[in-house]
Design a protein around this ligand. Structure first.
Ligand code: AMP
Length: 402
């Protein structure tokens, strides 16, 4: 089955056409600056070289037209007819409490995603625009929504209800939702495949360390706790986001510094994390380079990052009563031997530890555990698009089987 995977952002559309059986990406690309006169269309059908066009893309409808025209183009296309696109998988950020799995998109589902806009005001609206545009261009093609939050719907009440008056949960739906679910789920399944055991027999801690970071405890295939919560600001310190801080600090900013909510938001979302501590950059590569060159605050930023990650590993091992596999994924997790080494130092008490030579890799699947450890530590490149394509295939096949 050929599945078109779409990720519609606030002014961008990312896409991949994937053959699910072979797991091959037939074509992929990105439209940036949707809604502008000088939108940028990046396209690649491997092994052909990448191409880049500047042209006006008025809205999501024009964007999807551009993508399907490129895919069927006689020169750079990879399919001869739009009918070869057998399904479309859409990444949707917030499914609220309504979706614990991917779902066939119907008018009713669109209504529920619209209702969840208040939970993800920046993300769900463009996701919906992408869905509506794709339905116009490909009206006969079944479409599936794959939610970032769905995998975490298995988290038990004791881990998702915040200890504030219960009415906030009952009336305002303020609870832990968690994000990056598609990535955590994908790498956990890959890890189970590697150790040749059913995921239902394993306790796995997955560290998705990218621009955004989250760590998840996966007990027998189910997410049982995760470090992101109601929003995307808690847990790990990130590139520019603070992560877990004492709410008293926010009160201090409000009362003593008379800061407005917008200013506090800017400070803790955009000016904190690695950037805030190091004063250098939000990009881990730059912070690492400066730390190696002897910059004290860059070193401190790395220390804090590793310290937080280690605390989550300890906490989640305790929550699950042990751990069998620790997985590193996403930009930093896949590419930074330094961060992996710092996080895994002194984990011998858990039965975990990494091999220094094996750890010297970037961006590839590798078992980096030291030979004498019981716990496997793996680097697993994430692939959310493939997971979306596979889920889309599963849901559409179930539908066809009925
Ligand atoms: P992601 O959000 O998963 O695309 O991750 C992006 C982040 O990964 C970047 O901001 C960098 O901080 C980090 N990153 C990418 N490559 C490296 C590398 N070679 N070493 C350390 N960090 C990296």
């Amino acid at each position: 089955m050929k599945v078109l995977v779409l990720n519609s952002g606030s002014s961008s559309i990312k896409f991949q056409l994937i053959n699910v059986e072979t797991e091959l990406v037939l074509a992929k690309g990105l439209i940036e600056r949707v809604g502008f006169e000088d939108s940028i269309f990046n396209y690649q059908a491997p092994p052909q070289p990448k191409s880049k066009q500047i042209l006006p893309v008025k809205d999501y409808r024009e964007g999807i037209d551009l993508i399907t025209n490129a895919l069927t183009d006689s020169e750079r296309g990879v399919i001869s007819d739009m009918a070869e696109i057998q399904a479309v998988g859409h990444r949707i950020v917030h499914g609220g409490e309504d979706f614990s799995d991917s779902v066939l998109i119907t008018d009713e589902v669109i209504g529920v995603v619209e209702r969840n806009i208040e939970l993800a005001p920046l993300h769900n609206p463009p996701n919906l625009l992408g869905i509506k545009a794709a339905r116009e261009v490909l009206p006969e093609v079944p479409m599936v929504g794959v939610f970032d939050t769905a995998f975490h719907q298995s988290i038990p009440e004791k881990a998702y209800v915040y200890p504030i008056p219960y009415s906030y949960y009952e009336e305002k739906r303020i609870r832990r939702f968690g994000f990056h679910g598609t990535s955590h789920h994908y790498v956990a399944l890959k890890a189970a495949e590697y150790v040749k055991k059913p995921v239902e027999d394993l306790k796995i801690i997955t560290l998705h360390l990218g621009n955004g970071c989250s760590i998840t405890a996966i007990d027998r295939g189910k997410s049982v706790d995760t470090s992101l919560g109601y929003g995307t600001m808690c847990g790990m310190p990130m590139g520019t986001r603070a992560g877990d801080i004492d709410p008293a600090i926010v009160l201090y900013m409000m009362e003593k510094e008379r800061m407005e909510p917008k200013e506090i938001q800017q400070l803790i979302y955009k000016e904190s994390g690695m950037l805030g501590i190091s004063g250098i950059s939000s990009d881990m590569r730059e912070v690492e380079d400066k730390a190696i060159a002897g910059h004290a605050k860059a070193s401190l930023a790395l220390d804090i990052y590793a310290h937080y990650a280690k605390k989550f590993i300890g906490a989640y091992a305790a929550v699950m009563g042990g751990v069998d596999i620790i997985v590193f994924t996403a930009g930093v997790g896949e590419n930074s031997p330094i961060i992996r080494r710092m996080i895994c130092e002194n984990l011998e008490f858990l039965g975990a530890g990494i091999d220094a030579a094996a750890n010297e890799i970037r961006g590839e699947f590798r078992d980096i555990s030291s030979p004498e450890t019981r716990v496997k530590t793996l680097v697993v490149p994430t692939n959310e698009e493939l997971m979306i394509a596979k889920d889309t295939h599963r849901i559409v096949s179930e539908l066809n089987g009925k």
